[in-house]
Design a protein around this ligand. Structure first.
Ligand SMILES: Cc1ncc(COP(=O)(O)O)c(C=O)c1O
Length: 488
């Protein structure tokens, strides 16, 4: 069993009591995918609640369908954009889901809820007596701390010390405890070390929800993110043969998992895994620090289905930061206007965080590599938005001076229009195996996974199918839990 659904009745009863006392109802995966199935009584109450409020009703806003409003929004269509060709420079169309309109401003709150809900409904986490630990390179621990606060349980957020000040400031207001581990984005090993240390010191007082190994994270994107993309593709009338690509960075490997579901529906689709060129673990077994916040690496996440990955795109973090300035500095926006970008598309540029820009660049490389045509579509994801990184703008100005019209022209031309297919690798069978084999060093040598399971991931055709097979059971557990809480 890849997801632990064994029931601990005693702890489950604690959780039921707690939810009853605090007025908490847990949404099911089906409701997150299709919020129109959420009872009207709950939808109505949401009209009084702000998108980021620490209010348990906001668990129902863990969906791609939130109305883009700061307060009182209900549900509408999927939040997504089509990125115009004046920005992508591709013949193919590039679409992106928008993560900004989740509570906390990033879709990672979904992956954390995906981990927490089965643990509550089975009693594998005791909301009354245990602390939830959220190891992360940023948004995952923000999401985890937020969900813990909604449930009124104690949490510990772990993230690298060099992450943006915005993240630390907000976390301090929500998480019980914030732990900064040494290094930057790509220092995931130090995060794992801290988890082991906490485990030794605090034992059963904590439960570690390690996104890099928890298949609930995989499942949330397989079921919810992919469903949102499918809905967009169908509503836009895209022909199946034109659904050509899905590009996502590998942070924990969660978002990438949506590709596995998409490929079931569109077998011709290719999946591209993005990473930072400054830390080319997938491309070259490489290492290094980089500035694309949220995509931590120097390892291959346990939940990354490498055998199903078709391509690696290594993205230069300097391109991401130059485009981030282009999309946010007045001279950049002015330039884009002159380059023919419509005002509505310019208004959408605030929806891109730095990793979203990286994902767009992976999608561009993919579209160019496969010589995709006008009707072809590549889908990608904007995990969070520009507001998370405003301190980086000031840092860039301090380092390079004011962003001028000439900087804008260079960024647009060099980083977007002339983004090439360099550092993009289409994977052969043995190149996939080479990436898969890297898991051995992190997961078997360091993190206690078995050699047998590692081999199952590669050789057992049913291994990855076991995860979505649990979906129905998880929703039943959540429904039964809610019934006993008695508030529905
Ligand atoms: C801003 C940002 N982008 C991308 C990712 C990577 O997403 P995933 O962990 O689902 O691979 C994260 C993960 O925390 C993130 O915070």
């Amino acid at each position: 069993m890849l997801i632990n659904l064994n029931v601990n009745e005693q702890v489950r009863q604690h959780n039921i009591k707690r939810c009853r006392e605090k007025g908490i109802i847990l949404p099911t995966f089906a409701q997150m995918a299709h919020p129109d199935t959420i009872p009207e009584s709950i939808r109505k109450k949401l009209t009084e609640v702000g998108l980021w409020d620490v209010n348990p009703l906001n668990l129902f806003r863990i969906t791609w369908h939130n109305e883009p409003k700061e307060k009182g929004g209900r549900f509408g269509g999927v939040n997504y954009i089509e990125i115009p060709r004046q920005i992508t420079g591709t013949r193919a169309r590039i679409f992106a889901l928008v993560g900004k309109y989740f509570p906390t401003g990033a879709h990672k709150v979904g992956a954390t809820y995906g981990c927490l809900a089965p643990a509550l409904a089975t009693g594998n986490f005791d909301a009354e007596h245990q602390q939830a630990v959220w190891p992360s390179t940023g948004n995952y621990c923000r999401g985890g701390a937020y969900n813990s606060a909604l449930l009124g349980c104690d949490s510990i957020a772990i993230l690298p010390a060099e992450m943006s000040q915005e993240r630390f400031n907000w976390l301090k207001s929500v998480a019980g405890e914030v732990i900064a581990t040494p290094g930057c984005e790509s220092n995931v090993k130090e995060i794992f070390d801290k988890c082991h240390e906490l485990d030794r010191e605090r034992g059963t007082h904590i439960v570690i929800f390690n996104q890099f190994e928890k298949f609930e994270n995989y499942l949330w994107h397989y079921a919810i993110t992919a469903e949102a993309i499918l809905e967009v593709l169908r509503s836009r009338g895209i022909k199946p043969e034109n659904v050509r690509g899905y590009a996502s960075s590998t942070g924990s490997g969660g978002t990438l998992a949506a590709g596995d579901r998409l490929k079931e529906v569109y077998p011709g689709l290719k999946i591209a895994a993005g990473e930072a060129l400054q830390c080319p673990t997938l491309l070259r077994n490489g290492f290094g620090g980089h500035r694309i916040e949220g995509i931590g690496d120097k390892h291959v996440p346990w939940i990354h289905n490498v055998k199903n990955t078709d391509m690696i795109c290594s993205i230069d973090d300097e391109d991401c930061l130059r485009i981030y300035r282009l999309f946010n500095e007045p001279a950049g926006l002015e330039y884009l206007k002159k380059a023919g970008v419509a005002q509505a598309d310019i208004d959408n540029l605030k929806l891109f965080g730095i990793s979203g820009i990286g994902n767009m660049l992976s999608a561009i490389k993919m579209a160019k590599y496969y010589e995709m045509e006008e009707d072809d579509v590549v889908f990608t994801i904007l995990t969070d938005s520009s507001v998370m990184y405003t301190s980086r703008l000031a840092e860039q100005t301090a380092m390079h001076g004011e962003f001028t019209p000439a900087d804008a022209a260079m960024a647009h031309s060099a980083c977007l229009m002339h983004q090439g297919i360099d550092n993009a690798l289409e994977l052969t069978y043995y190149e996939r195996l080479r990436v898969h084999n890297l898991k051995y060093y992190t997961w078997v040598e360091q993190q206690g996974k078995t050699y047998e399971e590692l081999n199952r991931q590669w050789y057992d055709r049913d291994y990855w199918k076991e995860i979505p097979a649990d979906l129905g059971r998880i929703d039943t557990l959540i429904e039964d839990f809610n019934k006993e809480v008695g508030l529905v």
